[in-house]
Design a protein around this ligand. Structure first.
Ligand SMILES: C[S@@+](CC[C@H](N)C(=O)[O-])C[C@H]1O[C@@H](n2cnc3c(N)ncnc32)[C@H](O)[C@@H]1O
Length: 247
């Protein structure tokens, strides 16, 4: 593949990764178009411009902060989050991320975009036990909240808040929101977040619903499609599996 392409081994739902990658080699070999391939994160495309590969600021930030395989695999999704942030800067209001985990996409955003005085609120449980209705992540645990705060220590405009969304909004929630990245893989919490921020979203606010298009999270897709439809707003299902809505 050429320098205008991107390939990673991060795909989910694959039974035999060796056979899958060999088939991908076969696809590339069989195609007349050798440029502009993207193969990662359950998305295979070719003959694309992939403009984010030429976005030097984003690529530097992504290279610095996306270290784990899945973090590198979701490169196109992360580029879309950065696009959403840049678009949101055209509106008045602060930024929120519901489900920040280790803060990787938020950290890439911070290095890719000049937020100026705007605030960025990051929410997560940071822990998991069997009683909790969300996916366990490898670094969930007692130290993750502190480690995430340290990751953003250089940014006085970033607040990291621990607890279940939407209840944790009582610890702080901007009055005006221009950007909301919702990524909890948890349909009730995501709808709870949308209900709670609805009156604070400014006209033109950008909302990115991670995993909106991912089949394992179909409950989110159904609930969020209905939630936005009631408000007359269509959600665009992106090939990356994100949903994009403009308020
Ligand atoms: C896929 S991870 C987020 C990844 C992150 N957005 C990124 O791009 O790097 C999902 C996170 O949602 C969090 N989560 C799930 N339900 C939650 C809830 N009700 N309140 C707060 N966080 C929640 C989990 O703890 C987990 O860390």
């Amino acid at each position: 593949m050429d320098s205008r392409s991107y390939r990673s081994k991060f795909f989910w739902g694959v039974q035999d990764m060796v056979a899958f990658q060999a088939s991908l080699d076969g696809l590339i070999a069989a195609a007349a178009v050798k440029q502009g391939w993207f193969a990662a994160d359950n998305l295979i495309a070719f003959g694309r411009n992939l403009g984010f590969l030429n976005d030097e600021r984003f690529i530097k930030a992504w290279d610095t902060h996306a270290k784990a395989g899945h973090e590198r695999g979701v490169m196109w999704r992360t580029a879309n989050v950065v696009w959403a942030a840049r678009q949101a800067l055209r509106r008045e209001g602060d930024f929120v991320e519901c489900g920040c985990y280790k803060g990787t996409s938020a950290r890439i955003l911070m290095d890719s975009v000049d937020l100026g005085p705007r605030r960025y609120f990051l929410y997560d449980l940071f822990e998991h036990d069997a009683s909790m209705n969300h996916n366990a992540m490898p670094e969930h645990g007692a130290g993750l909240f502190e480690a995430t705060k340290v990751r953003f220590a250089a940014f006085p405009n970033v607040r990291v808040i621990k607890g279940p969304v939407p209840e944790s909004f009582s610890q702080g929630l901007p009055e005006k929101i221009a950007f909301a990245h919702i990524d909890m893989n948890n349909a009730p919490a995501e709808i709870g977040a949308l209900d709670a921020i609805e009156d604070r979203l400014v006209p033109g606010a950008v909302i990115v619903l991670d995993d909106f298009g991912a089949l394992p999270y179909r409950a989110q897709h159904i609930a969020e499609t209905e939630w936005f439809a009631k408000r007359g707003i269509p959600v665009m299902e992106l090939p990356t599996s994100q949903g994009l809505a403009i308020w």
